[in-house]
Design a protein around this ligand. Structure first.
Ligand code: CO
Length: 213
């Protein structure tokens, strides 16, 4: 059987199982979603957001990209953020990175001339490396540098979120959402919290909006 055929068959079996367990499952979810959480994660196939936190359909609004980044010129992540915060009114935004992230590892190498788009995406992580060059270069091995840069990247993305007009506006008007920076271990499946920014957290003044309506 081809891979995609297996996926379609598995889908039918899954849908049947869900209805057997709860006959109204799909009809209840079909018209409305009210997730409390936005998850921004890595596209890595080994870190499937709903599965690693045992969440059901309807619980988590998800955006995933290479190395779980929030970039101010990226309409994709920002439109997901705007919809989640302003329309769905989520109370929590989670950025979940993972150790041994291929995107982070690649960011510490020379740029790949065959992957020009990926280079541009990873450029932002090279900039995070440059911010923390002293700390990272003092680490003994490439693995140790990757490990720490995974963490620093998650923390940086939390600040990238806090620096958006979307988050600052919701903090001012609604006292939500809380921003959570997490990292997932591929070795043990365990998530560790690295940072949490509640509404109203102090930011560097140069990133504050002077007047958020
Ligand atoms: Co990754």
């Amino acid at each position: 059987m081809k891979t995609f055929e297996k996926l379609l068959l598995e889908n039918k079996a899954w849908a049947q199982d869900m209805v057997l367990a709860d006959p109204n499952f799909f009809s209840r979810l079909a018209d409305v979603q009210k997730p409390e959480v936005l998850w921004i994660g890595c596209s890595d196939s080994r870190v499937p957001s709903e599965i690693v936190v045992n969440a059901q359909p309807g619980e988590i609004f998800v955006h995933r990209n290479i190395a779980n980044q929030v970039i101010t010129t990226d309409f994709n992540s920002l439109s997901v953020l705007q919809y989640a915060v302003d329309v769905l009114k989520v109370n929590h935004v989670i950025v979940c990175g993972h150790y041994n992230c291929g995107g982070i590892r690649a960011s510490l190498k020379k740029q790949n001339p065959n992957l020009l788009m990926v280079n541009k995406w990873l450029k932002h992580i090279k900039d995070i490396y440059r911010l923390h060059e002293g700390e990272l270069d003092a680490l003994g091995s490439e693995d140790a540098r990757v490990h720490r840069l995974v963490e620093l990247n998650v923390i940086e993305q939390i600040y990238n979120l806090a620096h958006t007009s979307i988050i600052q506006g919701a903090w001012n008007q609604d006292r939500r959402p809380i921003l959570h920076g997490w990292v997932y271990g591929l070795q043990d499946g365990i998530i560790k919290e690295l940072i949490s920014l509640p509404p109203g957290s102090q930011l560097s003044p140069i990133y504050e909006y002077a007047d958020v309506a």
